[in-house]
Ligand binder design. Structure first.
Ligand SMILES: Nc1ncnc2c1ncn2[C@@H]1O[C@H](COP(=O)(O)OP(=O)(O)OP(=O)(O)O)[C@@H](O)[C@H]1O
Ligand SMILES: Nc1ncnc2c1ncn2[C@@H]1O[C@H](COP(=O)(O)OP(=O)(O)OP(=O)(O)O)[C@@H](O)[C@H]1O
Ligand SMILES: [Mg+2]
Ligand SMILES: [Mg+2]
Lengths: 228, 228
């Protein structure tokens, strides 16, 4: 379903260049739940943003169900990002001047869902992540872990078939983190969602079907057991 | 050294109110290394910002070395925040248009350190946290964990006697997180720094001399062993 071949991402900075990805190839099959691990700076967020069609690689190919994402039309990409893929950003990327509810409603509004229905669905999803009593709080009126959960709720609200989550429990205590993980598992089992979770948490990695390891912008083969 | 009595923080939102802190009392002694743990939303960041003189409580008293912080003059507070306390924010609070080096230089510049010396010191501190090759990157040219480490470097650069760190390893893989923790330990042993670390990481809490637990805006007594 997800087929990446030879992905590179190179940033030019003056006379030097930073190779954030240096030739990444991987496959993720329909309904798999995989984790991506690796040291800080190893390329995880860069990889995830390419898989989420939010960024283009410098070179290499990325096919989603056989279709090369780099050749998709704008309207195709918009639908992909809005309805097919749910993306949880490492830095949340919430709208600062909107409430939790308005932030989570936004993808539904873009998908053309009528406002009464979108409001209800957004409230339910926020309740699912434990924020039923924080609907009208703006991001700066929420704790770090609450903001993170708003970002998670927003990624789930359009019933995506693929969830790409960038360190979704980094700001959560272990109990709240487990609740989020249980939610992901439930979606995975009940709705057969495909999940790719970038994580620093070995407990999450242990619960995934497969672990993809990155080191310095490349995938580490399973038999390479040096520390990351 | 740090003496908090009956701290409350109440946010009024229309007709409701949120009690982020509901009567917190605690002491932290010179050169102690304590961790603060508790569920998402339990009041940890709110407490830390009051202890860092970045916010005032709604009621209660906070004394630093016997001096009530709420009665300090502006210049006293400025010196306290700039030179005595190093604060690592949960959301980093970096200047988006400045490089890592410029971000870390800023507290030194405010302290009146000449620019050649401040530039050198900032570069050394960034190297200490593993970012020696990222000095000229702006925050959006850095990974999440790299931004977190810039925030840590900025908190250390003026040689503070108190470090208040809000989830300093939340975006770091375990190896990089251990390196940061080792750095804190080193500062604690060699320079007798007082550290208060808000953390979700039980490994960090285990390495501190004492663990302060928050639940719903109050400190949980040690003999209360219900889950947080
Ligand atoms: N400006 C505000 N207005 C209203 N409520 C607020 C405001 N700031 C924080 N809160 C609420 O106060 C409570 C405590 O927030 P705080 O940021 O201290 O939590 P925390 O323990 O740091 O959580 P986390 O582990 O998620 O970072 C939260 O429930 C939050 O929703
Ligand atoms: N716009 C940019 N310009 C230059 N370098 C960049 C840019 N964006 C990212 N990088 C570099 O690319 C590398 C990979 O970044 P990425 O955000 O993918 O890392 P990561 O694995 O997600 O790290 P973390 O665990 O800290 O979040 C980093 O070393 C970073 O400094
Ligand atoms: Mg990242
Ligand atoms: Mg917090």
């Amino acid at each position: 379903m997800i087929e990446a071949r030879g992905l590179t991402k190179v940033y030019k900075m003056g006379t030097t260049e930073v190779r954030a990805l240096n030739g990444v190839s991987l496959d993720v099959f329909q309904s798999e739940m995989v984790s991506v691990i690796g040291q800080s700076g190893s390329g995880k967020s860069t990889l995830l943003s390419i898989l989420g069609a939010l960024d283009l690689p410098t070179s290499g190919s990325y096919k989603l169900d056989g279709r090369e994402v780099a050749t998709m039309r704008d309207d195709e990409l918009a639908a992909l990002r809005n309805q097919r893929i749910g993306f949880v950003f490492q830095k949340f990327n919430l709208l600062a001047r909107s409430t939790a509810l308005a932030n989570v409603e936004l993808p539904l509004t873009y998908a053309g869902v009528p406002s009464r229905q979108s409001r209800k669905r957004a409230a339910e999803t926020l309740t699912l992540v434990g924020l039923g009593d924080r609907l009208d709080h703006k991001p700066n009126e929420l704790s770090g872990g609450q903001q993170q959960r708003v970002a998670i709720a927003r990624a789930l609200v359009n019933n995506p078939s693929i969830i790409l989550a960038d360190e979704p429990t980094g700001n959560l205590d272990s109990r709240t983190g487990e609740e989020i993980l249980e939610l992901f598992h439930k979606l995975h089992e009940e709705q057969k969602i495909t999940l790719i979770v970038v994580t620093h948490d070995p407990k999450i990695a242990a619960q995934c079907q497969r672990v993809i390891k990155l080191r310095d912008g490349v995938v580490v083969p399973d038999d390479d057991t040096r520390p990351l």
